[in-house]
Design a binder for this molecule. Structure first.
Ligand code: SAM
Length: 482
């Protein structure tokens, strides 16, 4: 039987089933242990330092106790600390991105995904480079600067060469004042060599959802195709990091398995990356199974309530304080609103989950991956965020300035966010307002930029930011960054 070892490179050892089961027993036994819960909450709180702020994070056992706890005042404390941590490290900024679906050809048989190869009624489509260009122009015309590209796994139709060609095309398009400045990639697990090629192509984060950490369920849910190999999939982030990719994004597809099991596995995965590579996940995504062509979410009996979903998100924030937490348009406005207060730092806006969907007037359904709950335009999302006190940020400076992996984490830990990310957010928001926003959004936005400029602590930084913002408003100069 495999033994738990967070430093091991073997999936069965760093995501160890026996350790998860013991963790869940420990959490259940201690879910009303007020003394222990208070101790864990105290450990999770941000601590002021000479340069800024730091957080200890939590072990998977500690975080699992919090997740199991049902004492209302303690749950409320979890929510408060989650918001405190988010504000300490990310301020009131929310990073904006959009998914771009390149191809829905797929050779896997995943039971929850409409792309599964047995699905004969979904129209299969793969963008040509000309179509990629049209999509990117449509996305730039909305105001997007950051994309997450998505594709099914199909070595014949979507080989890595195709993905690399698309990335090149995306970065090459400069339409009006627009540009895509960061391409994150969500494609199937691959080899160290291929991860090196993605790194050389200038990708931002490599994202791969584990779907489920429960091996038996994983094998059942992925009955056929290369994705069936649980170990190869689970060890993908190690290969990505060995291939030179510093920023990796984890995720679980909630609803497939028992959430307590998934949560412990997810935190163990983050601990493993930190233990082996010295840096934890750049992002963690929290998707839930949605209705899709040939997929009925009711078929999975582990769906979680909105309330539990919020608690899971807050506990992730406490356990992995420096990670970006991503929520997509799978979720409704109401859920997104709540989660934005509990640690989420990135949202998608104006998303279409169909291949070629952005260039179409009307949202096409025939190649859609799943139902999108948030149907608002990017302009509406931007305005709504600001009206709720969040700064929508189109910033992509960190990775373009080489602040990836542990260098990004140290910026976060040194509390330099207000002197660096905050002005970058305001300058990119101004670009958005000038180039793409409606009159209403402009008015809300320019007020916010003025107010938020005053919060930049260093006089010199504040003055440079103010000058750059004036330049953006009065000329076509773009892409200022700290
Ligand atoms: N092919 C890649 C892979 O194998 O991981 C990733 C691309 S896939 C388009 C992106 C993600 O969509 C999957 O990792 C899965 O978690 C999510 N997904 C699939 N079916 C879904 C559904 N019915 N509802 C919500 N998310 C779903």
């Amino acid at each position: 039987m495999a033994l738990y070892n967070p430093k091991s490179m073997h999936a069965d050892e760093f995501i160890n089933d026996a350790e998860i089961r013991e963790t869940l027993e420990y959490a259940e036994k201690n879910k009303n242990n007020v003394e222990l819960i208070d101790e864990i909450l105290e450990k999770a709180r941000p601590i002021k330092t000479a340069t800024g702020c730091k957080c200890n994070g939590l072990t998977h056992r500690e975080a699992s106790v919090l997740l199991a706890c049902e004492i209302p005042e303690k749950v409320q404390k979890i929510y408060e600390i989650a918001e405190e941590i988010k504000l300490a490290f990310y301020g009131n900024r929310i990073v904006i991105f959009a998914p771009l679906y390149l191809s829905n050809y797929c050779v896997n048989g995943c039971l929850y995904c409409p792309y599964h190869y047995c699905n004969k009624h979904i129209t299969r489509k793969k963008l040509t480079q000309e179509e990629v260009k049209r999509e990117v122009i449509a996305l730039q015309d909305m105001g997007h600067k950051r994309l997450a590209i998505e594709a099914g796994e199909d070595p014949v139709n979507n080989p890595l060469e195709y993905i690399l060609e698309c990335i090149d095309t995306i970065y090459s398009i400069k339409h009006k004042n627009g540009a895509i400045r960061r391409v994150n990639v969500n494609i199937a697990a691959t080899t160290v060599k291929n991860y090196g090629r993605l790194k050389d192509a200038g990708i931002g984060t490599y994202i791969l959802f584990q779907e489920t950490y429960h091996k038996e369920s994983y094998l059942h849910l992925h009955p056929t195709g290369p994705k069936h190999d649980y170990d190869y999939h689970t060890e993908a982030m190690d290969r990505a990091m060995l291939g030179g990719i510093d920023d990796v994004g984890l995720g679980v597809l909630f609803g497939l398995e028992l959430y307590k099991y998934e949560f412990a596995g997810l935190i163990m995965h983050a601990e493993h990356l930190e233990a082996v590579h010295g840096v934890g996940p750049h992002t963690i995504s929290v998707p839930r199974v949605k209705k899709a062509d040939d997929i009925d979410p009711e078929a999975f009996d582990n769906s979680i309530s909105d309330e539990m979903f919020a608690k899971i998100t807050a506990c992730i924030r406490l356990a992995v304080p420096y990670t970006g937490i991503i929520i997509s348009t799978r979720e409704s406005e109401q859920v997104r609103s709540k989660l934005l207060r509990l640690g989420v730092s990135q949202v998608s806006g104006g998303s279409r989950t169909s291949v070629g969907g952005y260039a179409e007037e009307v949202r096409p359904h025939d190649t859609e991956q799943f139902d999108v709950s948030g149907q608002r335009t990017l302009d509406e999302v931007v305005c709504w965020l600001m009206e709720n006190g969040h700064i929508p940020s189109f910033c992509t400076a960190c990775y373009r300035e080489g602040r990836t992996g542990d260098r990004f984490m140290s910026l976060c830990k040194n509390g330099q966010i207000l002197n660096c990310c905050h002005p970058n957010a305001l300058m990119t928001l101004t670009e958005y307002l000038v180039d793409y926003a409606s009159e209403k959004t402009k008015s809300v936005g320019f007020d916010m930029v003025e107010r938020e400029l005053l919060r930049i602590p260093k006089d010199k930084v504040r003055e440079i930011a103010r000058q750059n913002i004036e330049d953006i408003k009065n000329s076509n100069k773009r892409d200022f960054r700290f």
